[in-house]
Design a protein around this ligand. Sequence first.
Ligand SMILES: Nc1ncnc2c1ncn2[C@@H]1O[C@H](COP(=O)(O)OP(=O)(O)O)[C@@H](O)[C@H]1O
Ligand SMILES: [Mg+2]
Length: 621
Amino acid sequence: MSQMQIWETYRSLTRDSSVKKRGIRNGTVNRVLEYAKPLKKDILLLIAIVVIDAFLVVAQPLLFKRIIDDGITAGNKNIVITTAIYVGVLAILSAGLSIIGRLYSSRIGEGLILTLRTQVFNHVQAQPIAFFTRTQTGSLISRVNGDVIGAQQAFTSTLSGIISNGISLIIVLSTMIILSWQITLTSLILLPVFLIPAKWMGKRVQSLSREQMTLNAEMSQTMTERFNVSGALLVKLFGDPILEGSSFSKKASRVKDIGVRIAMTNMVFFVALTTVATIATAIVYGFGGSLVISGDLTLGTLLALTALLARLYGPLTSLSNVRVDIMTALVSFERVFEVLDLQPLVKDSSSPQKFVEGPLDIEFKNVSFYYPSRADVGLESLELASDGKLENDTKNTVLNHISFKVSSGTMLALVGPSGSGKTTISQLIARLYDPTEGQVLVGNSDIKNVLRTDIKNNIGVVTQDSHLFHDTIENNLLYAKKGASEEEIWSALSSAQIADFVKSLPDKLDTIVGDRGYRLSGGEKQRIAIARVFLKQPRIVILDEATAHLDNENEAAVQVALATVLQGRTSVVIAHRLSTIINAEQIAVIKEGKLIAIGNHNELLKTNEVYSDLYNQQFVS
Ligand SMILES: Nc1ncnc2c1ncn2[C@@H]1O[C@H](COP(=O)(O)OP(=O)(O)O)[C@@H](O)[C@H]1O
Ligand SMILES: [Mg+2]
């Protein structure tokens, strides 16, 4: 057997055979075929190449038989030379075909990856925020990358593997039987001797590799947690480096042990395969050699048979595992389809309305809300924590029958203890979630009936920790308004009180900021975020504790910027300091998800205990 065939057999036998027990949903096969349809031409060509190649594989031993029997033994130089030339030409042909075959199989595979990957990306992008708060980024990315590639590999290697092995097997076996059925039978005797231990070892490698993968994942998780800035800081301040080191080395030494065992099992597997194949050849030579001496077989036939034998075991063993191969392919596809079938919780209406012109008001009509449960959001498999367990899933009512109205151009301030539901209210206005009960109206339209892009374009949000992409300041701003002019950008920056700072940077607008970029202070970051809102010119502004993380000096600058952004706009403001909201037209006091009072500062101070308590706490301290 050739190295490549052994390798293929190895790959096939070490696949996770538990997939056989898994049921495949109805329609999966048809759906996979749908993806194959646009690639039909390439696939047919690949099949044609594989078939021709299989014939060439048999042709070579037969030509050798001719050289020996009709050429050398018969003393015919002519035949020897012409047949030798044929062999050479065939070799070149076969090489060319393999290269073209690879071209087509990779084109099919990569084409499939492209389609699946872009589909998954776009679909995940369309998911509501609830999906992202629940899923683990790691498993999500592995779904977009790993499973898509798994599906592709399974598709191309299984497809070409099954076809080429099936065809070679038929051609090789029938040629051998025609040449000598006795020798063919003899050579097959060893097959079970070879298959049974091979399968057993395949299973063993499989479970060892699984363990190895888990351990490697644990090891890299330890490293990603410890070697990022916040993790490293935690270790420096609280951790015990000796303990950390010994726990890491324990994991690493288990990885080592398994590595050695896998290497040994692999070696035994390869050596056993090659040895069995060699013994089979020896048997054929022994038995066939006697037949040649007794004149029942020609020498050329014997040589052709041994050459064919080498091409028999590979396809046979690979095909013995064909069910696992096909199931593995289908399971990868199914995992990708699972993501593609997720129904987003927040969807655009099929008959969307447009917002009215002019300033927009906001109204909550009897709104109740709880955060969607795991089952509502979708994929359990993407939510698994690192220990493989799911967190508890309870449905707590977060908002309880809330109604209020914010007239256009006025400010509503939300106050209340931490965890009372203020942020949740602001998220419902931006339609990050839909209320469980009741309606959120903006400009008199239920926002469920307004296109999400329309909502996004009309609402500007600044939160505690504004996120900037790892990109230039300019691109971070353009994210809010594509195609904004340089003049608009500078005007937004100066309204946000940050223009002078940006001018002072060596690269100005081209300064890279974000996770790995220039480290902006909290206040600078907030003002860039506010500039982003200015650029968008939304009709509604939501501020959620936008100055909470800032020191006094920074806060003063941000306050000026915020006052400007609020001018003339309808706004909902959650502030950690009551001093900022005293001028709001309305103040809503939220406690445990309920609206317990609404009014202006003076009214509430007199009539509402929760509010007066909050007020006193903030100013006494
Ligand atoms: N993504 C979420 N999933 C489940 N529960 C959440 C989520 N976000 C917030 N909560 C819960 O909802 C309640 C209200 O939270 P929040 O609106 O953030 O309060 P506030 O902004 O007033 O501090 C809290 O009990 C909080 O634990
Ligand atoms: Mg909050």
